[in-house]
Structure formats: structure tokens, C-alpha cells
Design a protein around this ligand. Structure first.
Ligand code: URA
Length: 220
């Protein structure tokens, strides 16, 4: 792992002494750990919200494109950090990354029925959102047909709709609008479950979730 390499390079100190043995046992509550002279605060799990920027892919590694992991500081690219629900390369907005496998499962398992909120801008005026509320058949990432659960329309004006969906399958929002004859020209995820994207985060920026937000994510 990266951490082992940093330790072997001498980038890590324990109580102000360089340690080069990655297997050394430490007491996170008493020992002072520093990385390149910056003190590290020990946390059980690391969970952040990122305002994903357009043009980066929701993966750890990609041979051709920049990833959301590239927008994390190297010290935050933990081995066990996973993405809760991917966004398309051209989609912006809320991505949650966590080392907490249980939280990732709660947010992504299809049976958990977690609402995701999207701001959708279409190519032209949407007269009525009613067709979005009718059962429709779409293809998922494996070209298997499915019928999305009925979305919740939060807001609709001209060519903009804010809606909540439950599944989040491959290109789901784009395909729902395609099914009613519209092309999505801008897509942004604004919320996952009860957690709303922090409006002060510029595209590509992230911050740790607060205790309140972590509790909101776990709320049934
Ligand atoms: N629906 C899409 O079509 N794209 C996304 O990135 C997310 C939901």
C-alpha cells in the first residue's frame, strides 16, 4: 500500500521519531503520528462528500481519464475507500466516499431504496413531467430491461427538473428523459438520502461529513 511505502521512505513519525517498520503497533489514542511533519488525527472511519466535477470518472483507477480519487489529497487515498454510487463522467455533484463498508452497503444496496436527488437540465422546454410518472421500461448497464420505481418530482420549471429516484442504474436519469423525448444537457446530483451537497464546495472539492450528516445517512 501507499502507507507502507511512505513509512519505508521515512515520511511517518511516531512521537516525533521516524519509524520504518509498517508492522509497529501503535496506540491511536496516545501516540502522536505525523506524516511529513503534519500531525495525523486518528479516525475510525473516513467519510467525505465530494462535489464531483465533470470530466472525471467515478473509479479509483482509469487508464485514460482523471478519477475522483485523483481529486483527493494523496494522504486521503485510503486503500479501503469506496465510492457510494457512481456518477457518469459528465455528471457533477454529490459523491460520498467512505472507508465504512457497512455505510457503503446501506447507501448502494438495491434493497435499501435510498433516494438520490438530481438536478436535470434538458435540451428544450418540458411541457409536462407527467410522462416521467408513468411506468416505463429502460435498459440497465447489462441491457436488461427494468421499470424504475416512480420518481418524486421536487421542482419543474421550463427545461429544468429536480427529481428523486431510488435505483440509480446505468445512465438512469438520462434514459428516463430520453424515454419521454428529451435529451439531458446538464446533470448534477444534489442529495443522497437526507444529505445535501454542501453549496460551498466548488467542483472537485470535498470535505469530511459531520457527525450530524453521518447520522442522517444512517437514518431509515
Ligand atoms: N443518472 C444518469 O443518467 N447519470 C448519472 O450520472 C447519474 C444518474
Amino acid at each position: 500500500s501507499m502507507v507502507k511505502l511512505w513509512i519505508k521512505k521515512g515520511d511517518v513519525t511516531v512521537n516525533a521519531c521516524v519509524v520504518k517498520d509498517p508492522s509497529m503497533t501503535i496506540d491511536p489514542n496516545h501516540d502522536v503520528i505525523a506524516f511529513r511533519d503534519e500531525t495525523i488525527t486518528y479516525v475510525e472511519n473516513f467519510t467525505v462528500m465530494m462535489n464531483k466535477r465533470a470530466g472525471v470518472v467515478s473509479a479509483r483507477k482509469d487508464t485514460r481519464h482523471t478519477t475522483v480519487f485523483d481529486d483527493l489529497s494523496p494522504a486521503h487515498r485510503y486503500d479501503h475507500l469506496s465510492i457510494a454510487g457512481r456518477l457518469d463522467k459528465d455528471t457533477e455533484g454529490l459523491i460520498i466516499l467512505s472507508t465504512d463498508g457497512d455505510l457503503i452497503h446501506q447507501l448502494t444496496h438495491p434493497k435499501k431504496n435510498v433516494f438520490k436527488t438530481y438536478l436535470v437540465v434538458c435540451d428544450r422546454l418540458i411541457d409536462s413531467v407527467q410522462p416521467l410518472l408513468e411506468p416505463m421500461t429502460l435498459l440497465d448497464g447489462k441491457n436488461q430491461p427494468y421499470t424504475p420505481q416512480m420518481p418524486i418530482i421536487v421542482f419543474h420549471n421550463k427545461n429544468t427538473v429536480e427529481l428523486k429516484i431510488k435505483e440509480g442504474k446505468f445512465h438512469q436519469v438520462k434514459r428516463m428523459f430520453q424515454a419521454i423525448g428529451h435529451e439531458v444537457v446538464y446533470l448534477k446530483r444534489t442529495a443522497i438520502h437526507h444529505v445535501i451537497l454542501d453549496a460551498t464546495l466548488n467542483p472537485g472539492q470535498y470535505r469530511m461529513l459531520t457527525e450530524i450528516e453521518l447520522a442522517q445517512l444512517r437514518k431509515k
